[in-house]
Design a binder for this molecule. Sequence first.
Ligand SMILES: Nc1nc2c(ncn2[C@@H]2O[C@H](COP(=O)(O)OP(=O)(O)O)[C@@H](O)[C@H]2O)c(=O)[nH]1
Ligand SMILES: [Mg+2]
Length: 219
Amino acid sequence: MQEKEIKVMKKILATNDKMAMELREILKKKGILFINLMSSPGSGKTSLLESTAKNYNGKLAVIEGDIETTLDAQRIANAGMISYQINTGPFGGDCHLESGWIKSALEEIDLNDIDILFVENIGNLVCPAEFDVGAHFNVVLLSTTEGEDKPLKYPLAFQNSSVCIITKTDLMSYLDLNLKQLKDNIKKVNPKMKILELSSKDGKGMENWFKFLTENKLS
Ligand SMILES: Nc1nc2c(ncn2[C@@H]2O[C@H](COP(=O)(O)OP(=O)(O)O)[C@@H](O)[C@H]2O)c(=O)[nH]1
Ligand SMILES: [Mg+2]
């Protein structure tokens, strides 16, 4: 029985990865940079996107992933970014997005007027890291309130990302966070990780995120 389950899982992942590779190529050819944001609920993904929509000069769109509600898509749309919501609730409540769903969402979005496409993955530091959605960059967010140990406890999200954004730096003076320890833990799990520190609230460090976007834009 277990062997059968493993075989089915392997097949699902292989199908997902094939589609993800195709999406990556299609978007590259269209000159669209594709970024997948992953983190636990509440780390600041939507806030980062709102601030990006308001302060970064680019043609931006986001595919929002949530189990229920269109709240985040509405927040982002209010901030001025094209947004499209995927809800997994009606289809079993999956805790991650898969490349096939991204492909379906892309059929609804006019790709001719976009130069950066984001995915806000479902809030969860575990499952989203297992599924390649076809992004050019996986970006993992970790807020200062989550503690130094999380990269060690949830390594896959950090191993499968090339950028880690430490969010909510404005709160650091209220916390006992050891920032050096946190960064050492990130590097322990992924020595090549690019680490950015910022606050969407007071705007400090946002320029480094915008620089990253500009440097990696494809058109
Ligand atoms: N102080 C502070 N709060 C933040 C910051 N970014 C997000 N928040 C707050 O954290 C909560 C969750 O943020 P949200 O962007 O919805 O997180 P998401 O679930 O990852 O999309 C909200 O109440 C935000 O106002 C920040 O940089 N500083
Ligand atoms: Mg959100």
